[in-house]
Design a protein around this ligand. Structure first.
Ligand SMILES: *[C@@H]1O[C@H](CO)[C@@H](O)[C@H](O)[C@H]1NC(C)=O
Ligand SMILES: *[C@@H]1O[C@H](CO)[C@@H](O)[C@H](O)[C@H]1NC(C)=O
Ligand SMILES: *[C@@H]1O[C@H](CO)[C@@H](O)[C@H](O)[C@H]1NC(C)=O
Ligand SMILES: *[C@@H]1O[C@H](CO)[C@@H](O)[C@H](O)[C@H]1NC(C)=O
Ligand SMILES: *[C@@H]1O[C@H](CO)[C@@H](O)[C@H](O)[C@H]1NC(C)=O
Ligand SMILES: *[C@@H]1O[C@H](CO)[C@@H](O)[C@H](O)[C@H]1NC(C)=O
Ligand SMILES: *[C@@H]1O[C@H](CO)[C@@H](O)[C@H](O)[C@H]1NC(C)=O
Ligand SMILES: *[C@@H]1O[C@H](CO)[C@@H](O)[C@H](O)[C@H]1NC(C)=O
Ligand SMILES: *[C@@H]1O[C@H](CO)[C@@H](O)[C@H](O)[C@H]1NC(C)=O
Ligand SMILES: *[C@@H]1O[C@H](CO)[C@@H](O)[C@H](O)[C@H]1NC(C)=O
Ligand SMILES: *[C@@H]1O[C@H](CO)[C@@H](O)[C@H](O)[C@H]1NC(C)=O
Length: 390
């Protein structure tokens, strides 16, 4: 038993070393896409979209596939994700029909046969005292689009809000993997985009209500949906948070996923938060809903056979949202296709592990060499002695 110990230690160290290398390789993910943004695709002047209706098209192109993100207002705000296996797929909008009372079938991604996955995320309700987001007045996204950094903002107000209160969705698309500086500093990759929900200046009508955000998703297959929670020992990028939640769509019978939404269960109460400005949030289990969400893009793009699921994210801010409060909340999520990015260990933890585990390895190796040399020397001596004697 005792003699196996060094061997076990070596394997243990080697295993951790390999994990570290794997982590480095992941963080050095080199997959890139060419990202471009286009406002209201196919709507040519002098035609303009009416107030409150806008569609920001993000095309994220690789050499053999395309990811289309459609970030839309017009009813409840929505983000559509469409993955095609062609680098030439295009979004076509019949604006006449899209803006009519029956927008059915007015948005298409062609060629239709290239579509591998389509899904939508819709922000339906904000329950503080309930606010239905499709009843909000939404600003023109066009003014906020940053074509260089691939970002845009959609801000809206409820009729009962005070003049400086707003709910904004900050959209970011990415051409490669990385992470934003602002907490929670989610790791993103080229197959994902980020939405940050920011609520400013909204006073609760009572101090009893929790702030809840209802999310609904739409997809064409009745895929099983679930929220998985992954734990980590590392909080370098999101201080005090050791968890990440993933709402995933698995392939039939397989462990791979076709699409995902990912977030950390934390909400910040300041735009430049300190650790004490972070409070937890929890999500309910996804449920199947009988009706599609009230967003114009849903009937416009999805055919008759689609499925809706929903869940609530509840922020633990009951006592904090007093008149004295910061009147600020921000919560961030990532949406994408394929596998969600996963934090392995950060460089800090890797460095600690390298020192903690590398030192014994070096000592072991040095010890081993010493023993070998010593044994050899002794053997050599032992070998010579009889000769001398003889
Ligand atoms: C696209 O190219 C990559 C390799 O660059 C390959 O792994 C992948 O299967 C290709 N995808 C399609 C849809 O052809
Ligand atoms: C757009 O939709 C309208 C109304 O359904 C239809 O009359 C028109 O032909 C369509 N335009 C195109 C280019 O398909
Ligand atoms: C794209 O996917 C469709 C099926 O979804 C398939 O028929 C077609 O061959 C694929 N095209 C390429 C270029 O891989
Ligand atoms: C967006 O705004 C720019 C000016 O800032 C204007 O030239 C352009 O026509 C607008 N586009 C749309 C689709 O409204
Ligand atoms: C992104 O998607 C493409 C195409 O499906 C795939 O080849 C690539 O590995 C994915 N990248 C990441 C970082 O998941
Ligand atoms: C909103 O305006 C009120 C007074 O008009 C002010 O007291 C409050 O601090 C403002 N809130 C924010 C978030 O700017
Ligand atoms: C909060 O609720 C408690 C108990 O319902 C009440 O006593 C208190 O006055 C309320 N505070 C505010 C600011 O509404
Ligand atoms: C999934 O597995 C079940 C049984 O395990 C099988 O009956 C079904 O055909 C499988 N579906 C697919 C799409 O492979
Ligand atoms: C979210 O919470 C509200 C208020 O509690 C509830 O009416 C609604 O059904 C919930 N939605 C989901 C998808 O659970
Ligand atoms: C919400 O916050 C209160 C006090 O800060 C704490 O006691 C409670 O456990 C928290 N609830 C959740 C779900 O985190
Ligand atoms: C409100 O804020 C002021 C100044 O920051 C502080 O002195 C006071 O104690 C706070 N009141 C409550 C109830 O937190």
């Amino acid at each position: 038993m005792n003699s196996n110990k060094p061997e076990y230690l070596i394997y243990f160290t080697l295993f951790h070393f390999l994990c570290c290398v794997n982590g480095f390789v992941w963080n050095g993910d080199t997959f890139r896409r060419k990202v471009s943004l286009e406002m209201n695709p196919g709507l040519t002047p002098p035609s303009v979209a009416p107030p409150g209706v806008s569609m920001l098209h993000t095309r994220a192109l690789s050499h053999n596939d395309t990811l289309h993100f459609l970030f839309c207002s017009g009813g409840a705000p929505a983000l559509l994700l469409i993955h095609t296996n062609s680098s030439e797929s295009e979004v076509h909008v019949n604006w006449t029909k899209f803006l009519s009372t029956d927008p059915t079938g007015s948005v298409k991604v062609e060629p239709e046969s290239s579509v591998q996955h389509r899904g939508a995320l819709v922000f339906t309700n904000s329950v503080l005292s309930p606010y239905r987001l499709h009843e909000f007045e939404w600003d023109d996204v066009n003014k906020t689009v940053d074509y260089t950094h691939h970002t845009a903002q959609l801000c809206g107000r409820h009729a009962s809000f005070s003049s400086n209160a707003s709910l904004c969705l900050h959209f970011s698309a990415y051409d490669c993997s990385g992470r934003e500086e602002a907490w929670p500093s989610l790791l993103h990759h080229a197959n994902s985009s980020q939405l940050r929900v920011v609520l400013k200046g909204v006073m609760p009508r009572t101090n009893q209500s929790h702030f809840t955000l209802e999310l609904q998703t739409v997809n064409e297959a009745g895929l099983l949906t679930q929220v998985d929670v992954h734990r980590s020992i590392d909080d370098e990028y999101t201080p005090s948070i050791f968890q990440v939640s993933e709402w995933v769509w698995p392939h039939d019978n397989s462990s791979s996923t076709v699409g995902f939404f990912q977030w950390k269960p934390v909400v910040y109460q300041k735009s430049l938060p300190a650790i004490e400005d972070a409070t937890p949030c929890i999500n309910s289990e996804p449920v199947t809903l009988p009706q599609a969400p009230p967003s114009r893009i849903i009937p416009a793009y999805f055919n008759q056979h689609h499925f809706t699921h929903g869940l609530n994210i509840t922020f633990n801010v009951t006592s904090e949202l007093t008149p004295n409060s910061t009147q600020y909340l921000s919560w961030t999520m990532l949406a994408g296709i394929g596998t969600p990015p996963s934090d392995f260990f950060s460089s800090l933890v890797i460095a600690i592990m390298a020192v903690g585990l590398g030192t014994p390895l070096i000592l072991l190796a040095a010890g081993g060499v010493y023993i070998c040399v010593w044994k050899r020397k002794r053997d050599t001596l032992g070998h010579y002695e009889p000769i001398n004697q003889g």
